[in-house]
Write a protein that binds this ligand. Sequence first.
Ligand code: CP3
Length: 340
Amino acid sequence: MDSRELFLRAATGEATPRPPIWLMRQAGRYLPEYKSIRSKKSFAALCRDPSLSCEITLQPLRRFKLDAAIVFSDILLPAEALGYEFRLDEERGPVLSPPYRLEGDEKIWRPVEEALLRLTCVGKALQNVRAAQPSRALIGFAGAPLTVASYIIEGGSSDRMPHTFKMMTERPDVFARLMSALVDLTIRYVELQRAAGADAIQIFESWAGLIPEALYLEHAIPHLRHLLRSCYRPASPLILYAQASESLWRRLADLPVQVLSVNSEINMPRLAALRTDRALQGNLDPRWLLAPKPVLLAEAARIVAGMSGQGGFIFNVGRGLTPDVPPEGVRALVDWVAAL
Ligand code: CP3
């Protein structure tokens, strides 16, 4: 069985001889070959260049026996396509402008068809990776509406999301307009990525846990459900990644996806007991990759043992790899899982 088949079996809930493995942010600044390309171009420019994006996607696959590739891009590309200026500031992280705050601010939005044209570069990158890697699974992705909306409303990263919070409570109609626009564009963007060869699509709801649960349930989940329902295809798995509390995960576990990709704080066997029909993906804390090899592998073994006999399981981290992760740690982990 090749990596692609192994991954697709696990993602559709089948027990597999070993768990497939890939890692969120497997391409990125912990790899010197990424830093070398990045030193010549801005992050946004790399995302828009299909041959460089393909090259960066392939970098970790050349080094490690990963079972899947995730296309090198960013969840903020569709925000840029909609009409926002996007750049990565060395200190502040992603910056989007102008911020969406008031009724009327939607006047700058491009119609869906026009916005979609600006995302064809991602389709081309996926086609290039597909051609280069026929036997590994290929993952496309998009941000969930709340996570992307928070960047557009705040104008960048924010751990408190004051403006998003204010809009959700004061002007839920203005908030809902942005959420609907993002869902409409994302449905088409997912279609585009599948048509370009993506085997599976991961939806990133990284900031679900930053909004009080009651507000999330009332103002965010309905839009997320609409997106997932519209994109659900039995043979092309949807993976929902969220950073959320166990209480919120109990609600997310009902959404129409094949795979739940969980943050490191969650006890996966307990969540699996709740929803036996969903495959799980996760959830090694990437800090274990900084530990001595025997300590790292003991933690990986603990996770695998907890998930044995649970049906579909995909090994991954609970949040993205950080620039301080040593490539030798990644190698030790991937070699160990690949040899199971
Ligand atoms: O996983 C992968 O290897 C695929 C590529 C990918 C990136 N971003 C590349 C990237 C994916 C799937 C993302 C998703 C993304 N982007 C999320 C959701 C996942 C998560 O990490 O929670 C979010 C919230 C973003 C927004 C974003 N983009 C942030 C907050 C940052 C800065 C923080 C950081 O890690 O530097 C980015 C930039 C970014 N996206 C980099 C990469 C490789 C760093 C680029 C650089 O500095 O060269």
